[in-house]
Write a protein that binds this ligand. Structure first.
Ligand SMILES: *Cc1c(COP(=O)(O)O)cnc(C)c1O
Length: 371
């Protein structure tokens, strides 16, 4: 059996890129808010039902988090040195807060939603030392604005949502998932909407968006004079060209990914395992997750995948605290994070994953679980 990769991204073809690349030849503007970026930002804003100026494109999802923090909370202070981030995330969330001078405080997530629960934080003892809170959309499950808006109003602590993988899920209800709290998106090749490397900040607060854009361009505000903490996190015209072509094909890519998830659902149902599958529309179409009932069950599925030459991924590993560099930062008791991440396995995904390939995956799961 040939190896089945865990992810086979498909981005726009050379053919689809060519018209946009020709614009580059004509304009000879290659970065710094050229015509392709302006067009891409406006089209993303329209897609998200935001006003022009509500979307700031960035060089990565990580720089979108950094820009959002610098524009809302600024850099860490002596009085508020901590950033509260969930341990249940890709390590980029913790890396981003550190780039803004914060020490990450790794919090546990709710056992069911896999997200930070704002109501459990209102009286948290570390809150008075926190300069920013960064809730994460786990596997793209979108974070509602309202509870965090209320949290911010009550505590005065800025909030930035790491919704890196949630581009497709927030489109289900933009009004619920977009608002004054800035949302950081990733357009990494592995995400459903992918351009290679890139990202965006999306918010209804256009002043905040303008400050974020400045922070990601060395703190320049119109002139070449730095007014705030900053870095270079801009999106180039080349990346914007890929973004425009990806938008052109987005509808059909999303349909293809959704069809793959329907195949998983069908096949898991036939195997009477549908309760273990977590997929779109609950989470992003870039993930199909097997949520096993125990870590032992997960290990036996992994063994079966090895035997069948099927790739899988523990996308968030065992949690941020498990990374060597982050193992000594302050943290809560991470019961839910450890439990859930010991049971969840990322299954193969591609827009062109075939029915036969899905069957192959589900057969391997069935063998492990019934055998
Ligand atoms: C992908 C991802 C990021 C990082 O995005 P990049 O574009 O790779 O910088 C951050 N947080 C989460 C939850 C992610 O899934």
């Amino acid at each position: 059996m040939i190896r089945l990769p865990v992810l086979r991204p498909r981005l726009p073809s050379a053919e689809q890129l060519l018209p946009y690349l020709r614009t580059l030849d004509i304009c000879r503007i290659y970065t710094n808010h050229g015509p392709l970026l302006e067009k891409f930002q406006a089209r993303v804003a329209a897609q998200l039902e935001l006003h022009d100026g509500g979307v700031v494109c960035t060089s990565s999802g990580t720089s979108a988090i950094i820009g959002s923090i610098l524009a809302s909370a600024g850099r860490a202070t002596q009085q508020r040195p901590l950033a509260i981030v969930p341990a249940f995330t890709f390590v980029a969330t913790a890396a981003a807060v550190m780039q803004c001078g914060y020490e990450p405080y790794l919090a546990d997530v709710d056992a069911d939603s896999w997200m930070l629960d704002p109501s459990s934080f209102i009286h948290h003892p570390v809150l008075h030392k926190a300069g920013v809170v960064v809730p994460v959309a786990p596997f793209g499950r979108p974070v509602p604005q309202e509870p965090w808006f209320e949290f911010r109003s009550r505590t005065g602590i800025p909030v930035v949502i790491d919704g890196a993988a949630s581009f497709d899920t927030i489109l289900q209800a933009p009004a619920k998932y977009l608002g004054d709290i800035p949302l950081a998106l990733s357009f990494h090749a592995t995400k459903s909407f992918g351009i290679g490397e890139g990202g965006a900040i999306a918010t209804q607060d256009t002043d905040l968006a303008a400050r974020a854009a400045a922070a990601l361009n060395f703190g320049f505000q119109g002139t070449r004079n730095s007014h705030s903490a900053g870095t270079n996190g801009k999106m180039s015209e080349y990346a914007a060209a890929v973004g425009l072509a990806e938008l052109d094909g987005w509808k059909s890519k999303y349909t293809a990914l959704s069809n793959v998830m329907a195949l998983y659902r069908q096949s898991m149902e036939t195997a009477q395992l549908s309760k273990l599958l977590l997929a779109s529309p609950d989470i992003s179409t870039s993930y199909a997750l097997l949520a096993c009932r125990s870590s032992d069950e997960a290990k036996s599925v992994e063994r079966s995948f090895h035997q069948h030459n099927i790739d899988y991924r523990r996308w968030y590993g065992a949690g941020v605290q498990d990374h060597k560099y982050f193992s000594n930062f302050p943290r809560a008791h991470l019961a839910s994070t450890s439990d859930v991440l010991s049971r969840v396995i990322g299954l193969p995904v591609a827009p062109d994953l075939s029915e036969t390939e899905v069957e192959r995956v589900v057969t391997a799961i069935r063998e492990a679980i019934s055998g």
